[in-house]
Structures are given as structure tokens and as C-alpha cells.
Design a binder for this molecule. Sequence first.
Ligand code: G3P
Length: 217
Amino acid sequence: MLLFIDSADIGDIRALADTGLVDGVTTNPSLVAKSGRKFEEVLAEICAVVDGPISAEAVATDYDGMLAEGRKLAKIHENIAVKLPLTPDGLKACLALSEEGTPVNVTLCFSPVQALLAAKAGATFISPFIGRLDDGAQDGMELIREIRTIYDNYGFETQILAASIRSVTHVRLCAIAGADCATLPPAVFKSLYKHPLTDAGLEAFLKDWKSTGQSIL
Ligand code: G3P
């Protein structure tokens, strides 16, 4: 499963990219607002740091506007994936941009049939929002499982990009359910490394090694 960072904070992205384990980045208008940065500048900086798909969301809501914004965003870097909402105009623009060779990430997906439509519209990525469904007492992970089944039934190549991830458990369950990618807030990414037995085990090994009086170098 590919691991993306869900952030527009270049400091966080730079630090995590240094792990060598970041496969891409997703942004959205709320994350850009939080960064306080100019959208196109921050996108160019992200593209220079991470060599993988970088999602940049259009904010127009009509077909012509989405197409124009999508084309402009795609010019920033060859790795840009234009993010479009799951609306009739969004999917129409998805078809057009995909036919032009621009990858599209269809966002704000909350149902399996929405994901079916996005795949038929040629989306490169579909972004089901797990956390927001869970927040509303629905089962976000069931959505991932159902989309996986539908895409496998018909051989759709659209990649399932699990979004709105809130925890390490979400990441684990997405991987088990067969999501192609997951986009993680920086704090969740950092938590993936952690286990108390790893820390305790390392401490014990180092203590015992010290008692030998040896050094490797
Ligand atoms: O970027 C889309 C998605 O990951 C947003 O997550 O936490 O705002 O529901 P969240």
C-alpha cells in the first residue's frame, strides 16, 4: 500500500520525505488555508521534495471552471494529480482531463456507487473519506471493502486512496482491506513506527551490549 502525506505544511512534508517512505502527498483547500501559503508556491515546493503523485484540488464547481483550473494546476509539475469533487460536473471534468493524460483524484467519496462512477469516468484515484463516515456513526472501512470488491469485479484500474484517516488502526485495516494507497496526517504517519515493545526491547539490548564493553566500530 502506498503511503501519502495529507498536508500542505512543507516543513512536515520535508521531514517525513526524509524517511524515504513517502510515496506522494495530498492537499485540500482546508489544508492550504491552514498552511497560510500561496497554493501554487507550496505545490511547487512539495513537488520538489516528494517524487510521486501530488494531489492539488480545483475549487471551481462548474465543468468549464474545473477544466481550466485543472489544466493550470497540471502545468505546475508532471506529478500533479488534479483533485475534483464527486459531482456530475466533477466527473465530466475528470473524463476530459483523464483523456488529456492528466491524472485525476476524485475526492469526497462516501458511497460505493460514487466510486463506481468515478472509475467509469477514468479517475486515477478515488478518495473515500473513512474518518468522516466513522464520525457520523457509519463504517468507513466497509466502504473501502465494498469499493475493492466492485473494482476487482470489473477490473477497474482506479486506485483506492483511503482518505480522512485518523489512526494507526485505520491504516492497518485499509492495508488488510486492499486499499492501494492511504493518505495520512503527519502525526499518524509518525505513529506507525511506534510500539512499546520495540522501545523496551531496544533499551534492554543496548544495556546488555554496554555490559560487554565491546564496540562494533
Ligand atoms: O484530504 C482529504 C481528507 O484526507 C481530509 O481528511 O481529516 O479533513 O476528514 P479530514
